[in-house]
Design a protein around this ligand. Structure first.
Ligand code: GLN
Length: 491
C-alpha cells in the first residue's frame, strides 16, 4: 500500500492516515499525482497547474506532519478545485474565454477552508462555462472525456472533477451544484458526490451562476471521503456570504456507522416514469433491494411537480445568471475586445467574443423573463411553483427519512450526442432539479453499470441539514457492496 504506484488507489482516509504515520510524504504524494495528471492530460480534466505552488504547499504539510501534536484532517492530501472557485495561485476561468488567464487576488472561502485543513492544491479542473451545462461540452477550453469511455461525456458541469476522481488523478475534488452539477457527473463517472443544503458552504469566491441555487460540495470515491471533505468545507461565513447558514461546522463523519435498519426510503413514483431508461431503472431497483436487505423499508411517495421543475429552473437560473454575468463588461476584469468605437461597442464586442453560445442563450432567456410585461408571467410564476416544489418535499418527508431515485434518465451519452439541441440537455436534468429548487441536500453514489458498461448512480435526497444522514446511508451501502471500488480500464 505504501509503494508510489498504488498511492492513487488509496482513498482520502487511507492516504491521510499514511501521511500522518509518515509512511509517505506529502511531497512524494503531490509529485505522484502531478505526474499522473500530466500522463492523462488527454482526458482534458485539468485546466491549470502551478507545480511550484503545489510542491511548496506539500513541503509545508511535511513540516507540519513532522512537528508533534494534533494534525488537521486533510494534512498533505492532494485535492483539485473546479475552476469555478477563484484561487490566488492558479488561473481561474470558470471555463470561459471571458476569464482566460484571469488571476484572482484572493482564494474562495471553500479553498481557504480546505487549505486550513492541510489539503494541498494540485490544480484547477475543467467545467462547463460558468457551470452552465450537463456534458462539460460548454467549456471554452474543450470537453472532458469520460474515463470509462473516452467517446462519452463525463457529465457536467463538474465534469473535470468527476473525471479526475474516477481516473484517480486526484483522490478527491471540489464541485458545485446549481441544478445537478455534482450529482450528475458523479453518476456518469461512477464516483460519490454530495451537494449540501443551500447555504452550508460559503459561496464567497465561487463565480456566480444562479445565486439562489449555487452550492459547493465534494466529489470523491467514498462517502467517508466526502464526509471528511465536507466537514472541512462548511460553516458560516457571514461577512462574505450573506446567504451562508448560521449553523456551526459539523463533523459529517459522526453518523457513518449507524445502522440503516428501519430507515424509511421514499421512492417517488414520478422518478420512475416513462423517460427513465431500462438499464438505469434496473441498477437503481437493484440498489433499493440492497437497502431492503440492509433493513430499510421502501415507502412509495409522490413528488407531483417533478416535471415542472424543468421550466421553473430554466426560468429562474437564467434570470439570476443574466444579472450575475452583467459584471463581465470588459472594464473591471476579464477579456476586453481589441477594437471598438465607443463604450457601448466595447461592451457588445467584449461580450460577443467572451461568452459562448449557451451562456449567451441563458443571458437572453434571463433578460427576457425579467423584462417588463413578462416578469409576472414567467419569473414570478416560476418563483411560486418553486415554493410548491419545496412544499411537496416537506409533505414527502413526513412519511420517509430519505428519498431515493435515479440521478439521470440515462447513462452518459456520446460527446456531441445531443448535437445542437440544448433542450435535450435540459430535459436530462429532471431528477436533480427538484432537490436543487428546494435547496435540499442530495448525493449520488455508484450502484452499478448500465448500457455500454457505463456507471449508474443512485440519488439520495435528505431533508434540510441532513447531510450526515445521507452520508451514513451511502456509507452503509458502500460497506455492503463494492460498486464504488470499480475502476475504469487503463487507469
Ligand atoms: N445542467 C444544469 C444547467 O445547465 C445544472 C448545472 C449546474 O448544476 N451547475 O444549468
Amino acid at each position: 500500500m505504501t509503494t508510489s504506484t498504488a498511492l492513487h488507489d488509496l482513498t482520502v482516509a487511507q492516504l491521510a492516515s499514511l501521511l500522518r504515520t509518515r509512511q509517505v510524504s506529502a511531497l512524494e504524494t503531490a509529485q505522484h499525482f502531478l505526474t499522473r495528471a500530466h500522463a492523462h492530460a488527454s482526458l482534458g480534466a485539468f485546466l491549470d497547474f502551478n507545480e511550484e505552488a503545489t510542491l511548496c504547499q506539500a513541503r509545508a504539510a511535511d513540516l507540519a506532519l513532522a512537528a508533534a501534536g494534533a494534525t488537521p484532517s486533510l494534512l498533505g492530501v492532494p485535492l483539485a478545485h473546479k475552476d469555478i472557485f477563484v484561487t490566488r495561485d492558479f488561473v481561474s476561468t470558470a471555463g470561459s474565454r471571458m476569464l482566460a488567464g484571469y488571476r484572482s487576488p484572493f482564494d474562495a472561502s471553500v479553498v481557504t477552508r480546505l487549505a486550513e485543513q492541510g489539503a494541498v492544491t494540485l490544480g484547477k479542473l475543467n467545467c462547463d462555462e460558468f457551470a452552465m451545462g450537463s456534458a462539460n461540452e460548454n467549456s471554452a477550453f474543450g470537453p472532458v472525456k469520460n474515463p470509462w469511455d473516452a467517446t462519452r461525456t463525463p457529465g457536467g458541469s463538474s465534469g473535470g472533477s468527476a473525471a479526475a476522481v474516477a481516473a484517480r488523478l486526484v483522490p478527491a475534488a471540489t464541485g458545485t451544484d446549481t441544478g445537478g452539477s455534482i450529482r450528475q457527473p458523479a453518476s456518469f463517472c461512477g464516483v460519490t458526490g454530495i451537494k449540501p443544503t443551500y447555504g452550508r458552504a460559503s459561496r464567497y469566491g465561487m463565480v456566480a451562476f444562479a445565486s439562489s441555487l449555487d452550492q459547493a460540495g465534494p466529489m470523491a470515491r467514498t462517502a467517508q471521503d466526502c464526509a471528511l471533505l465536507l466537514s472541512g468545507m462548511c460553516g458560516p461565513d457571514p461577512d462574505r456570504d450573506s446567504t451562508s447558514l448560521d449553523v456551526p461546522a459539523e463533523d459529517f463523519t459522526r453518523l457513518l456507522n449507524e445502522s440503516v435498519e428501519g430507515l424509511r426510503i421514499g421512492v417517488p413514483a414520478e422518478f420512475f416514469g416513462e423517460g427513465l431508461s431500462d438499464d438505469v431503472r434496473a441498477a437503481v431497483d437493484a440498489a433499493l433491494k440492497e437497502y431492503e436487505k440492509l433493513g430499510a423499508k421502501l415507502v412509495p411517495i409522490s413528488l407531483p411537480r417533478t416535471e415542472l421543475s424543468i421550466p421553473v429552473y430554466y426560468v429562474i437560473a437564467p434570470a439570476e445568471a443574466s444579472s450575475n454575468l452583467s459584471r463581465f463588461d470588459g472594464v473591471k476584469f476579464g477579456h476586453r475586445a481589441d477594437q471598438y468605437t465607443d463604450l457601448t461597442d466595447m461592451y457588445k464586442k467584449t461580450r460577443s467574443e467572451g461568452f459562448g453560445d449557451e451562456v449567451k442563450r441563458r443571458i437572453m432567456i434571463g433578460t427576457y423573463v425579467l423584462s417588463h410585461g413578462y416578469y409576472d408571467a414567467y419569473y414570478l410564476q416560476a418563483q411560486k411553483i418553486r415554493r410548491m416544489i419545496a412544499d411537496d418535499f416537506q409533505q414527502a418527508f413526513k412519511r420517509c427519512d430519505v428519498i431515493a431515485g435515479p440521478v439521470a434518465p440515462t447513462v452518459a451519452w456520446k460527446l456531441g450526442g445531443h448535437g445542437n439541441d440544448p433542450l435535450a440537455d435540459y430535459l436530462a436534468d429532471i431528477f436533480t432539479l427538484p432537490g436543487s429548487l428546494a435547496g435540499l441536500p442530495g448525493m449520488s453514489l455508484p450502484v452499478g453499470f448500465g448500457a455500454h458498461h457505463m456507471p449508474v448512480g443512485l440519488q439520495l435526497i435528505g431533508n434540510y441539514l441532513q447531510e450526515a444522514k445521507l452520508l451514513n446511508v451511502t456509507h452503509r451501502f458502500q460497506q455492503a457492496t463494492d460498486w464504488h471500488m470499480a475502476k475504469p480500464e487503463g487507469f
